[in-house]
Ligand binder design. Structure first.
Ligand code: F6R
Length: 243
């Protein structure tokens, strides 16, 4: 695991966007794994700038998002599909049919999870996976005690995640869906390259656990220590607790 410390959150996000752009230019058919959340908004803004300013081409890449809430439709203002449309898909030239998120309204959620894993396989696996970290150490929605070999499945969200995501739901944790479909830790570790972005002092303590602590299912981001090609880009605030 390589940790890269950028001076601030803007430069950290720009660096992540530039790494994505370099991979995409080297392989226009790249299969990109995507994350949502407030940290990623800056990355997507930089990628949109690179598309508009430098002609970064998304036309033949494919994307797979890590997760989606269960029980809200794709056109709900807080769905991750809406987030992706707003922050990236509608602003670049990605082909809509090549963008994938789990369907949190599927009548058979188990079948939907299996279908999602098969789609990733059929696309040749994920080439570059973007990640953020939750306040409880999750990647995707792999909450504490997720098996490190887990695959795409349903997951109940912890009170700390409901709290973390409440601002997107009018500030009320009770309004956040209780369950989500998420790629598993094992699914994420199968990606050929992982790139995690962590910014802000509120993430400093959990980042130190993930990067320097024991590999444990209590902090699923710590599983990235097992990955042969994982970079973690952080700003100075998030790096504050690193040794
Ligand atoms: C969401 C996801 C989550 C977030 C994490 C951090 O798709 O993968 O693991 O990356 O919860 O979210 P923010 O950036 O909002 O703190």
């Amino acid at each position: 695991m390589e940790v890269i410390i950028a001076p601030d959150r803007h430069k950290a996000a720009l660096l992540v966007a530039r790494i994505v752009a370099k991979e995409l230019r080297a392989d226009p058919r790249l299969v990109l794994g995507l994350a949502t959340g407030r940290t990623m908004e800056r990355v997507y803004a930089c990628l949109v700038d690179l598309h508009r300013g430098e002609g970064l081409d998304f036309s033949v890449c494919s994307t797979f998002n890590l997760d989606e809430y269960i029980g809200i439709p794709a056109d709900h203002p807080c769905s991750y599909r809406r987030y992706m449309d707003e922050h990236l898909f509608a602003q670049v030239n990605v082909a809509p049919g090549r963008t994938h998120l789990p369907d949190g309204m599927a009548p058979d959620l188990g079948a939907e999870c299996r279908r999602y894993e098969s789609l990733i396989q059929a696309a040749g696996g994920i080439g570059l996976q973007l990640l953020g970290i939750g306040s409880d150490g999750h990647i995707g929605f792999n909450e504490p005690l997720s098996a490190l070999r887990s695959r795409t499945r349903e997951k109940a969200l912890t009170p700390s995640t409901l709290e973390q995501n409440a601002p997107m739901f009018g500030g009320d944790p009770a309004a956040v869906p209780r369950r989500a479909i998420t790629m598993g830790v094992g699914t994420i570790l199968d990606s050929r390259r992982c790139l995690m972005l962590v910014t802000g002092e509120s993430k400093a303590a959990i980042l130190a656990k993930a990067v320097e602590g024991p590999i444990t299912s209590m902090v699923t981001a710590s599983a990235l220590q097992l990955h042969p090609r994982c970079q973690v880009v952080v700003d100075e605030e998030a790096a504050a607790h690193l040794q």
